[in-house]
Write a new protein. Structure first.
Length: 328
C-alpha cells in the first residue's frame, strides 16, 4: 500500500507492507517556489517509477479551508436514519453547492447511553478528482481518500507511546499555505481544523523586513546554522496568527469542561521548520513543543532522513498508508 501526501511544493510517498515501511520518497516541484503544483503529476509519476510502485494501490488525503470536518453526537437510530440526520446537519455547515461536494461520515464510538459520536467531512469534489487524476496518469489505483488532519491523527495514534496517547495532544501540521490541527484527549479526537496559515506567511514577513524575494526568504529561513536575531524576530511576528488559532483550539477543550492544562504540542510538516518557531510557541503557551517522529515505533526496512524535522514531513503520507492497509 502506498500513502501519498501531495503538498503545495512537494510530494511525499511511503510504501507500506504489512505495517513495515519499505520505502520513503520525497521530491520538490522543479519550479519551486515560483510554480507550485504545476508539476505534481510529473513528480508523482517519477516517484512511482523510482519506487517501482506502478499498478499499486494508494491512499491519499486533501486539506484546506474549503474542507468542512465536524464532530457531533446523535441519538440511537437506524443506519438509514443516521445517514439522513448526519447529511442534514452537514448541509447546514456547507456554503457551496452540495451537489459538488464529496461527503462521508464514520461512527467514532458508541456512548453508554446509546448515543453515537460521529465524524463527518464534506469537501469540494474537485480536490479529490484532481488527485485521482494524478494517480491514474501515474499507473496507480486510488483506493481511498481522507483529510490531512485525520491522517496526522492516525500516524500519531499508531506511533506514539502510551503516555503520549494518554495526554492531551495538539498535532499541528504546517504546510506552505494551510495548517491542519488535530486535538486528541486520551486518544480521542475532539477537534479537527484547517486554517489559512502556512510557512509562506512567515516568508512574507521576512521579504518585507529584508527587501528580498520569496525564494531568497525561503533560503534564508532554511539555511543551517544559528539564525540572526533579526530573522528570529521575523518568525516571531509571522507566527502570531498561528498562536491565536492554537489558543482557540486549546480553549475548546476548556469550554467543554475537559481541561487542557497539560497539553503537549507536536509540530510536523514542511512549514514547521522556521527557526525559532517551536521556541516561540512554547514561550507563548508554557506547554512542551516537540517535532513528532512518525517512525518512532514503526518497523522500517529503508533509510530515513536523519533529521527529526525532515522525518516529520512524512506524517501525512504514513497516516494515509496506515489507513489504506487497515481498509483492505
Amino acid at each position: 500500500m502506498l500513502g501519498a501526501d501531495i503538498g503545495t511544493y512537494s510530494v511525499e510517498l511511503i510504501s507500506l507492507l504489512r505495517g513495515v515501511v519499505q520505502h520513503v520518497a520525497q521530491t520538490v516541484y522543479p519550479g519551486w517556489p515560483s510554480q507550485p503544483e504545476d508539476e505534481a503529476q510529473v513528480l508523482i509519476a517519477n516517484l512511482v517509477h523510482q519506487l517501482g510502485a506502478r499498478r499499486q494501490s494508494v491512499w491519499s488525503s486533501i486539506g484546506g479551508t474549503a474542507i468542512v470536518p465536524r464532530l457531533s453526537t446523535f441519538p440511537a437510530m437506524s443506519d438509514e436514519d443516521l445517514r439522513g440526520a448526519v447529511t442534514l446537519e452537514a448541509e447546514q455547515f456547507v456554503s457551496r453547492d452540495w451537489s459538488r461536494m464529496d461527503f462521508d461520515y464514520d461512527i467514532l464510538e458508541t456512548l453508554p447511553d446509546g448515543e453515537v459520536r460521529v465524524l463527518f467531512v464534506a469537501a469540494p469534489r474537485e480536490l479529490s478528482d484532481r488527485q485521482v487524476g494524478y494517480f491514474r496518469a501515474s499507473g496507480l489505483y486510488c483506493a481511498g481518500m481522507t483529510v490531512d488532519s485525520l491522517s496526522v491523527a492516525t500516524a500519531f495514534l499508531h506511533s506514539a507511546t502510551d503516555a503520549q496517547k494518554g495526554a492531551v495532544a495538539l498535532l499541528v501540521n504546517i504546510g506552505a499555505k494551510t495548517t491542519s490541527m488535530t486535538l486528541l484527549n486520551a486518544g480521542n479526537v475532539t477537534v479537527l481544523r484547517d486554517i489559512a496559515f502556512g510557512g509562506n506567511g512567515i516568508n512574507e514577513v521576512v521579504m518585507a523586513e529584508f527587501g528580498i524575494t520569496f525564494a531568497e526568504a525561503e533560503e534564508m529561513k532554511s539555511s543551517p546554522g544559528e539564525p540572526s536575531d533579526r530573522l528570529k524576530d521575523c518568525v516571531a511576528r509571522g507566527v502570531e496568527p498561528l498562536l491565536e488559532q492554537i489558543s482557540r483550539t486549546i480553549g475548546y477543550e476548556t469550554r467543554r469542561g475537559e481541561g487542557a492544562e497539560d497539553v503537549v504540542i507536536y509540530l510536523c510538516g514542511g512549514g514547521s521548520f522556521a527557526p525559532g518557531m517551536a521556541d516561540r510557541i512554547a514561550e507563548n503557551f508554557g506547554f512542551p513543543v516537540e517535532f513528532f517522529d512518525p517512525f518512532a515505533n514503526v518497523p522500517v526496512k529503508c533509510e530515513l532522513p536523519g533529521d527529526l524535522q525532515l522525518r516529520s514531513r512524512y506524517v501525512v503520507a504514513l497516516g494515509n498508508a496506515l489507513m489504506g492497509e487497515r481498509a483492505r
